[in-house]
Design a protein around this ligand. Structure first.
Ligand SMILES: [Zn+2]
Length: 166
């Protein structure tokens, strides 16, 4: 008889004590590492009531909804869900892993104490909630800073040309 493929049911191991704290961030609250978190370590579970996607279609939109598959969504809005305070970044150091209708936030880089933990919220969420206000992640701020510097340099060149011409 061929070996049957079985899904691993073991739950990812979390550190006993949380290696993070909720604190002030650029955009309100955020989650910050309090000790080194190694790459591939599970940081925290994204928790909340499980809703069917059909239920979500009927309800008012909620930015803490997290679709786990084509049928189910976790409503992460309860305050007990610490993972809801993790902010978006376009250059993240963590990533959500979905297993058996549960979501775990996992480090994808080594994270140093004091560093903010963030993950990419995905295109749909980004376009609906983040893009309208301008993304405040490091990558986007750096990009805007460079763009402003280029405009300033171009204006300076224009001024110099104008001075020489006069
Ligand atoms: Zn960004």
């Amino acid at each position: 008889m061929p070996a049957r493929k079985t899904r691993k049911k073991t739950r990812p191991k979390l550190n006993g004590a949380h290696p993070f704290r909720v604190g002030r961030s650029r955009t309100g609250l955020g989650v910050f590492a309090t000790e080194p978190i190694g790459k591939n370590k599970y940081i925290v579970e994204y928790t909340g009531p499980l809703l069917t996607n059909a239920q979500c279609d009927e309800a008012a939109d909620n930015r803490y909804w997290f679709e786990v598959n084509s049928r189910w969504t976790i409503d992460g809005s309860p305050r007990s869900n610490v993972a809801r305070y993790i902010n978006h970044s376009c250059r993240p150091n963590a990533d959500p892993m979905i297993r058996d209708r549960r979501i775990w936030i996992k480090a994808i880089k080594n994270i140093e104490p004091g560093e903010e933990i963030n993950y990419d919220y995905g295109k749909d969420h980004f376009n609906a909630y983040i893009k309208p206000h301008g993304c405040q992640c490091d990558k986007c701020r750096e990009k805007r800073r460079k763009e402003r510097a280029e405009v300033r340099a171009a204006n300076a060149r224009k001024r110099k040309r104008a001075e020489r011409a006069s």
